[in-house]
Design a protein around this ligand. Sequence first.
Ligand code: MG
Length: 267
Amino acid sequence: MARLGFLVTLFLAMISCQQEQQESNKKEPVKETTEIAEQKEPTEPKETEKWEPKPPKVSVDSQTKVPSDAIVLFDGSNFDEWVSAEDASPVKWDLNEDGSMTVKDKTGDIQTKRNFGSVQLHIEWRSKTESTGKGQNKSNSGVFLQNRYEVQVLDNNDNDTYVNGQVGSIYKQSIPLAMASSPTGEWNSYDIIFHEPEFDEQGHKTKSGTITVLHNGVLIQDHVTIEGTTEYIGWPKNKPHGKAPIKLQDHKDQSGVSYRNIWVREL
Ligand code: MG
């Protein structure tokens, strides 16, 4: 009799456990906004039309493809918007006749004179035609948002490396969704949408930054949450900061990476 009682208890416990499991698997339905929930269903099309605020007009130059509200950071003619990152001295990289610039080995990173918050950034890059080296030492450079968050630039053609450090990765944080590189020596584009992190007055992060990247038009980072600084060694750090420059990396390994057509829209 006692045994039967035990079995019944066990059976009931299993049923209850299964029910709990089913409950926890249930997803909460998305709640409608109060505004929508409290109004009665419209019967006329105009009831759901909005006429303001009107989005500002932005036109795109038919030749350069630069939007009319963008800040041009590099059009091939000069380094006016840039300085050496180390000491704010004039840029020592090469300015080329074809409207591009090339990393001059061991002259250091360069960064914008202006500071930026959240941005849409367009930048084009190409690896060295005769790209030698292996792994992280094959045309390595990088685009750093707010001087801290690196979108990796690397020649990954026939060149494997750790995937969270490959071309298009958020360095050591987010593996790209695809490897969309042009062949070695050909131009690539990055279109980056970056939302800066936010910090309170005590220096605590109150909102993480996010990055979206299109590589040659292919989505490779989809609104990825930034965990903190993109460190070579160690975990991401989250020291509070405000607006900061955009930086391009001299990896100091004869990377020979070139850049062109750089513009930014502040968000
Ligand atoms: Mg790099």
